[in-house]
Design a protein around this ligand. Sequence first.
Ligand SMILES: *[C@@H]1O[C@H](CO)[C@@H](O)[C@H](O)[C@H]1NC(C)=O
Length: 95
Amino acid sequence: MTVKILSITLLLLSVCVCCHSSEDTRVRGPGRIRPCCVGVDKDNMTAEVVGETYREQAARGHCVKAIIFNTKKGQLCADPKAQWVKDLTAKMRKV
Ligand SMILES: *[C@@H]1O[C@H](CO)[C@@H](O)[C@H](O)[C@H]1NC(C)=O
């Protein structure tokens, strides 16, 4: 009897662990990785940019080399080679 209860408990326990680990994979999977820029804006977006800092992203996998600015709507991926980007980054601080 005790053995039966024990095995049921173990079974339930392993089911729980199973659920948790699959949830972990989902959370730690690609969705959890910080989204990267897969394309850049070449248009002059100077007016959209807020704040005094920018980030630089290196090309990796499907991510392209980009300068990441903050805008009121979120992050903006900009072309490091665009003149407006060079003008802006010269005035800003890299983080
Ligand atoms: C981009 O636009 C800003 C104003 O919105 C302007 O001051 C700047 O000269 C422009 N830069 C380029 C490279 O066109």
